[in-house]
Each structure stands twice: as C-alpha cells, then as structure tokens.
Write a protein that binds this ligand. Structure first.
Ligand code: HEM
Length: 142
C-alpha cells in the first residue's frame, strides 16, 4: 500500500502528539508544573480526537476494504493498536474532561491523590504505546 498525503499528515500529527505527551510528562515529573502538564496533555488529547475522527477512522475503513485480509499479521497489529488506543483515549477523556469541567485548577482532575497517579501513569503508558504502534504501522505500510 502507498501512504497518501493525508496518511503522511497523520504520521506527522502522531509524532507531534508523541512529543506533546512526553513534554507533558516532563513538565509534571521534573518541573512540577501541574497546570502546564494538564494543558499540554489536554491539547494532545484534543489533537488525537480530531485526527482519529477526521483521518484515522476514514483511512481504517479504506484499509479494511481494500488492503488487508483478516489473516494478515498487520490486521492483528491494527486491532491491538485500536484496543489499546481506545482504552488510552477513554482514560485521557476522563482526565482532561474532568479538569476542563471542574475549573482547570491543579486539583480539579479526577481521582484521589494516590489513584490519580496510578490512573495517569497507566494512561501515559497506554497512550505512548498506541502512538508508537501507530507510527510503526505507517512505517510498515510505507
Ligand atoms: C490527559 C492525560 C494525562 C496523562 C497521560 C497524564 C499523565 C501523568 C503522569 C504519567 C503522571 C505521573 C508523573 C510522575 O511520575 O511523577 C501525572 C501526574 C499528575 N498529573 Fe497528569 N496526566 C494527564 C492529565 C492530567 C490533567 C488534566 C491534570 C489536571 C490537573 C493532571 C494532574 C496531575 C497531577 C496533580 C499529578 C501528580 C499526581 C501525584 O503525584 O499525586 N494530569 N500525570
């Protein structure tokens, strides 16, 4: 399969999102800037939702219709990428959504202090994994 210009644009978006998620992590972990951390993660989340709705879902439909058999290993890889991605996005939606709706304060994010860290670390790991898988898929298809 040849990756379309839209696909290349999406690849660039994935790389930008990965950069944002890593920067958001850095801001909290090493600089203790909670508001910046939250704003960067929320921006990355919104960017991801837009690219999923406008590019990834339509291109998935085309790929499934034309290029992939269910027995192809890339099909399974794609499936895992989507399951992990949906989980990560669902969790990020709860974190970013609760922060936006509850006044955008350092403590307005969902969860008790202990569970908060666990939820965030899990979301972070799933999100990075799904982006790396997405980038790998494009590189394999190139
Ligand atoms: C949307 C996706 C988000 C992800 C993936 C994420 C990820 C993370 C990670 C990995 C940590 C742990 C950093 C460390 O190891 O020191 C963390 C901590 C934290 N994040 Fe987020 N975050 C997100 C959104 C938010 C939002 C919207 C807020 C709102 C204020 C927020 C506030 C915090 C706070 C307060 C901590 C410290 C928790 C503690 O140590 O008790 N995060 N986040």
């Amino acid at each position: 399969m040849i990756v379309s210009p839209l696909g290349l644009f999406n690849l660039a978006l994935l790389i930008v999102t990965l950069g944002l998620v890593l920067l958001g992590f850095y801001e909290k972990r090493y600089e203790q800037r909670t508001i910046r951390h939250a704003a960067i993660m929320t921006t990355a989340f919104i960017l991801t939702v837009i690219s999923v709705l406008l590019i990834m879902v339509p291109s998935l439909v085309v790929v499934l219709e034309n290029d992939l058999e269910a027995t192809d290993w890339r099909f399974e890889f794609l499936l895992v990428h989507h399951i992990v991605g949906l989980l990560a996005l669902g969790m990020a939606a709860l974190l970013a959504g609760s922060w936006l709706l509850r006044g955008r304060r350092p403590d307005s994010c969902l969860g008790k202090p202990r569970s908060k860290r666990l939820i965030m670390r899990t979301t972070f790991m799933l999100w990075v994994l799904t982006i790396v898988m997405g980038i790998t898929l494009y590189l394999v298809f190139l």
